[in-house]
Design a protein around this ligand. Structure first.
Ligand SMILES: *[C@@H]1O[C@H](CO)[C@@H](O)[C@H](O)[C@H]1NC(C)=O
Ligand SMILES: *[C@@H]1O[C@H](CO)[C@@H](O)[C@H](O)[C@H]1NC(C)=O
Ligand SMILES: *[C@@H]1O[C@H](CO)[C@@H](O)[C@H](O)[C@H]1NC(C)=O
Ligand SMILES: *[C@@H]1O[C@H](CO)[C@@H](O)[C@H](O)[C@H]1NC(C)=O
Ligand SMILES: *[C@@H]1O[C@H](CO)[C@@H](O)[C@H](O)[C@H]1NC(C)=O
Ligand SMILES: *[C@@H]1O[C@H](CO)[C@@H](O)[C@H](O)[C@H]1NC(C)=O
Ligand SMILES: *[C@@H]1O[C@H](CO)[C@@H](O)[C@H](O)[C@H]1NC(C)=O
Length: 799
């Protein structure tokens, strides 16, 4: 794909900024005059498949307004496109799968030629109009763009409504037509209705649509009214035919006509607009049209655009407030990577509390857990640190989904169950939240939910729970093409599901241990060792016919215990990566190779290191993973491998790896993330790496490298306690990135990891840096926790 660079970010300017940064030192990011919003660029990741949402949203807000473009438009707007088809009010951010939502787009014509509505373009593809390349502007809570039809569009939002401001610099006497189309971006509609009130021009309607990566359907409702225009007339249209006068249009699928993909809707035309600006207020709801109208009236009583932008900005500044960085010497580029990453992790999951049509409950309801397979490796760890209240509400929501629907989700969007990609990874989130003391969760019910995942096979394990549990309990691995009588689910990914199930069980064991369920603990600890059953010790691996000289990889296995075969680099970027997605002809590893999944033993890295031939051999294999092209950092399984050098006593190599990826693969260009952002997962990886404490998902520990800033502090917004990570001899050119020694609250700290208690209790972790690896954090006693003992004697490689 063609890379698009944003204006004003020419490489030369950046280099100059980098060179000057040491002398023109910008200091504390909490100093007067610092506005965090100046370092948030919502366009990062809007090209090259990043799918980031660039539009206006509140933190975790339900309504997300943006211009929708043609092309790869999972986030609504994408920079590598040319035309806008409309402006819609609900989106997901960074997701793969089909495009989500984008229901009921509005579109504005400055007028129809000769005031003849039949000469306006109505359908989504006919009306698509080029956007001006230099026009898009985005800040938290605000998005604007100029179109070649002479319309300038600006938008902002509250939690449940959007406010659009259209002006007409290209028109002499605008007589604008505002249309609302009962279509959605993925063209999934089953039915829909739009109505217009001929007295007021108000537009209302509803539709039934399909989720973008899941099963079922959902209903949505809108209510739009206007500020600043003199109403001329109203009407409806279907396909290319519009008529003044009719007040309602409906589309319904029948057996001969799918209703999914054609445009139809209602419109209001205006004689003139006051001061050249027409404001459109759109309320949205999952409950009813009345509720959609109420949402708009309650949250936007005055059509106050500036006030709404300002409220959104305040909401965003407040969310960022727990983090303080001393950015002295650090480039504006890296600061923007950092704060934009924090921003993107707070777009989803989306808070639909009070808007859930599925059940009545006093618990919070969040949607767009899209997907936990992605977000369990970074997003929720960052939220736990900087927004513990939201993390608590999200975990409560997951538990409530279990209570109401009988299962935890692995993915969820648009009020529907989403597809499961591997294990039941909500188990990881829940266990970790328990270990970290996330507040106000009903832990008994949470425990019941994770145990159900481990014990009961659902009828359709594509959408919840796990498949192959019978094999899991008896064979102790998932065999290739497992038969699973009586249940439904894709019989692929036997290797990646095996290692994920093993880790899920480990996480349950930790919960059981601390909750006092000792027999459960023992059972799940035993199962957490099942990864070994797919380890084939004599398996070799070659790239282009040249042996890699590493022996021993996970391999698929038949139910009778005999080995099957999948090339160890198959499903990596080096071989057939795209054949390993979630579909019926997928393979035994999901979106990654046997090479990669062989490293997925976070519960027992000591045993893995031993299995792979000891620390030296392990380090050389992990280096090879990163250097050979086998690893794709744009998929979340890669994240932990950046830091796994810690387990072999080489924390400095983790630091070096983190710097090799940031900024080379995380930068401020529109293509500046290596893969789908997946609800902020890429952003969270960059932020957590730059903070210097990388969380091991599912556990309550962090692997220590030096922060990318002189100092980072995180204040727990519930307890008020502040944890500070401070570099001594900080070198903003990042040559001196190696920890020589460390103290915690003034006392020596030799472990290369630290527990979550650091953030609970607060304190200061001080790291003295130098230009070369030291022996800090390298001794056996300093290594991160592991199920097995680390072996003291280095194992001599057999040749
Ligand atoms: C309708 O679309 C056609 C083809 O893109 C374009 O030439 C024409 O200007 C459009 N008409 C209006 C009124 O926008
Ligand atoms: C949006 O909703 C959240 C969660 O309910 C709430 O805390 C916040 O105050 C709301 N924001 C605004 C600007 O109303
Ligand atoms: C609109 O177009 C669709 C698809 O081409 C067709 O099925 C439908 O009947 C059309 N509706 C009208 C009212 O022309
Ligand atoms: C709708 O889908 C049908 C069937 O795939 C296709 O023939 C038709 O061209 C589509 N119409 C539009 C307006 O995209
Ligand atoms: C998987 O097993 C089913 C029977 O359960 C069989 O029909 C199918 O051919 C097998 N597929 C493969 C790829 O072995
Ligand atoms: C792997 O890719 C090669 C080359 O593109 C192709 O010929 C082969 O069919 C692919 N194999 C699978 C199983 O997708
Ligand atoms: C920015 O990040 C993208 C995505 O990872 C990468 O492909 C590109 O090379 C990076 N650009 C620069 C200038 O480092």
């Amino acid at each position: 794909m063609v890379r698009v660079c944003r204006l004003g970010q020419e490489a030369g300017v950046l280099v100059a900024a980098l060179l000057l940064s040491a002398s023109l030192a910008q200091s504390q990011d909490d100093q007067a005059g610092f506005d965090v919003l100046d370092f948030i660029d919502p366009f990062i990741g809007t090209a090259n498949g990043g799918h980031s949402f660039a539009g206006a949203t509140l933190p975790f807000g339900m309504v997300k307004a943006v211009a929708d473009t043609e092309g790869e438009n999972q986030g609504g707007f994408a920079y590598d496109t040319t035309k806008v088809t409309g402006f819609s009010h609900t989106h997901d951010s960074g997701t793969g799968g089909a495009t989500s939502m984008g229901n009921f787009p509005i579109f504005v014509h400055p007028g129809c030629p000769g005031n003849d509505i039949s000469r306006c373009n109505w359908t989504s593809s006919d009306r698509a109009v080029a956007w001006r390349r230099d026009s898009p502007k985005a800040r938290p809570g605000y998005f604007s763009i100029s179109l070649e039809n002479g319309v300038d569009a600006e938008m902002t939002v509250t939690n449940h409504s959007a406010l659009y401001r259209f002006s007409f610099p290209g028109a002499v006497d605008p007589s604008p037509v505002v249309l609302i189309d009962i279509i959605d971006l993925p063209q999934s509609r089953n039915s829909g209705t739009a109505s217009v009130n001929p007295e007021t021009g108000w537009l209302t309607g509803s539709g039934n649509f399909k989720p973008s990566f899941g099963l079922g359907t959902y209903n949505a409702y809108f209510c739009a009214d206007f500020g600043g225009g003199e109403l001329r007339d109203t009407g409806t249209w279907t396909n290319r035919t519009a008529a003044v006068g009719p007040t309602t249009v409906s589309v319904v699928a029948d057996s001969s006509h799918p209703a999914s993909n054609f445009s139809a809707g209602a419109f209001a035309r205006f004689d003139s607009v006051d001061n050249g600006v027409l404001t459109v207020r759109v309320g949205f709801s999952w409950l009813s049209v009345e509720r959609a109208c109420l949402n708009a009236e309650r949250e936007q009583p005055d059509f106050d655009f500036a006030g709404t932008v300002s409220a959104a900005e305040t909401a965003w500044r407040n969310r960022m407030d727990p983090i303080t960085v001393d950015a002295e010497g650090v480039s504006s580029e890296l600061r923007t990577v950092f704060w934009s990453g924090v921003y993107r992790t707070m777009i989803s999951p989306q808070d639909y509390t009070g808007e859930n049509p599925l059940w009545d409950s006093d618990e919070p309801y969040y949607d767009s857990f899209y997907c936990i397979w992605d977000s369990f490796r970074g997003v929720h760890q960052l939220l736990t640190l900087v927004d513990p209240l939201s993390q608590s509400r999200m975990i409560r929501s997951l538990v409530d989904i279990y209570r109401q629907e009988g299962w935890l989700p692995d993915c969820r969007m648009s009020l529907c169950k989403g597809w499961t990609q591997g294990g039941s990874n909500a188990d990881v989130l829940i266990a970790e939240a328990y270990l970290k003391g996330v507040a106000d969760v009903d832990w008994e019910t949470a425990y019941e939910a994770v145990v159900k995942d481990a014990e009961v096979e659902p009828p359709n394990w594509n959408i919840e729970g796990r498949g192959g549990l019978q094999s899991w309990k008896t064979l102790r691995y998932i065999p290739i093409n497992d038969t699973d009588p009586g249940t439904e689910g894709l019989r692929t990914r036997s290797i990646s599901r095996t290692v994920e199930y093993a880790y899920n069980d480990f996480c349950i064991a930790q919960m059981a241990d601390r909750m006092g369920y000792t027999s459960d603990r023992d059972k799940y600890l035993e199962r957490s060792r099942n990864w070994r059953n797919l380890y084939k010790e004599d398996q070799t691996s070659a790239i282009n016919g040249v042996d890699t000289n590493f022996v021993g990889f996970l391999q698929p296995r038949n139910a009778d215990g005999t080995w099957a075969y999948q090339g160890p680099i198959f499903c990596s970027p080096l071989m057939n990566f795209t054949s390993c997605y979630l579909n019926a002809d997928g393979h035994e590893t999901y979106e990654g190779s046997c090479w990669l999944y062989t490293f997925f033993v976070p519960q027992d890295m000591a045993a893995l290191i031993q299995t792979l031939g000891g620390p030296e051999e392990f380090v050389s294999r992990l280096e090879y993973l990163h250097d050979s092209g086998i690893l794709y950092l744009g998929d979340e399984q890669a994240f932990l491998t950046v830091f796994q050098f810690h387990y072999a006593g080489r924390p400095g190599l983790s630091a070096a790896r983190a710097h090799s990826y940031i900024p080379s693969q995380f930068n401020t260009t529109v293509g500046g993330i290596p893969g789908n952002d997946d609800s902020g997962a890429m952003g969270s990886f960059a932020v957590l790496s730059m903070i210097g404490l990388y969380p091991v998902h599912g556990q309550d520990i962090y692997l220590i490298i030096a922060p990318f800033f002189k100092e980072v502090s995180i204040r727990n917004s519930v307890t008020g306690k502040v944890a500070t990570i401070r570099n001594v001899n900080f070198d903003p050119s990042y040559k001196d990135i190696y920890i020589q020694s460390a103290t915690r609250d003034g006392k020596p700290w030799t472990k290369n990891w630290i527990g979550h208690d650091f953030f609970v209790d607060g304190g200061v972790l001080e790291l003295e840096l130098g230009a070369a690896e030291s022996d800090w954090g390298t001794s056996i006693d300093d290594l991160p926790p592991s199920l097995s003992e680390y072996v003291r004697e280095p194992v001599v490689k057999q040749t």
